[in-house]
Write a protein that binds this ligand. Sequence first.
Ligand code: GLU
Length: 296
Amino acid sequence: MRFTRTKAAAAALLLTGALAACGDAGSGGSSGGGADVDVAEDTKFPAGSTMAELAEAGEITIGVKFDQPGIGFKSAASDEPVGFDIEMGKIVAGTLGIEADGITWEETISDNREPFLQEGKVDIVIASYSITDERRAVVGQAGPYYVTGQQLLVAKGSDVQGPEDVKGKEVCSVTGSTSIETIEKEYGATARGFGTYSECVQQVLNGSFDAMTTDGAILLGYVAENPDELEVVGEAFSEERYGIGYQDPKDTEMCQFLSDTIEASYQDGTWKQAFEATLGQSGVEAPEPPKVDPCA
Ligand code: GLU
């Protein structure tokens, strides 16, 4: 990740609605790996808007996962998390004119994403956070910026080879996720909800559970860490559209800003750089970025 300053990038974004390629996004993500993120200078946001408040403060708190390799991961040895969601967070911060050192990364788990937004503990959430009607009723979600699908992770050689094999079985998943709902409601499994997916990985590795389930993009990160022991089986059986959560579902300006920022990252190459430096490291090619939902 490299931050460079680009004058009036955010103002241009607001004026045009879609940002033209800006700065040196194509010049290669040298230092640290990741997207070349421009930090906008002289940003102009509507007075009193959430964006203006954040830009003025020069600080933003972003809720992210800390235990999902490739998406949001922080090792004990490092101060900073890494992953695709982290890169997206840096892109949002940069567009607000906020430098890297103005970002506070707050760990969120699946079950506390809405409460953290509602309580103001975080300004935004970028945490493998699927857009759903239920969530959009209580917090804002802009996007999607990425689409994946639910799958199963098992110990190599397991009898479980797809969702049809888990009926009546106990499967490990995470409380507050779409994954736990889908596997119970649509596939008749008994799901046990843990706090985090890394706990489920341990349960599968030590043989306590035959399978765990969540988004394929998350599971692939765990396989990459344990390639001899674990595998992802079966086709994806849901559509998980990752969005950026914000506090007030009625804050249409914030929705539009985040949507424009996501779309700008498609145009200027930073989204692709972010993907290739993170999820792409496991050999997955960057897909076509998804179309962003309109803001109401
Ligand atoms: N994307 C799904 C969700 O938002 C599963 C992954 C997660 O729990 O973070 O619930």
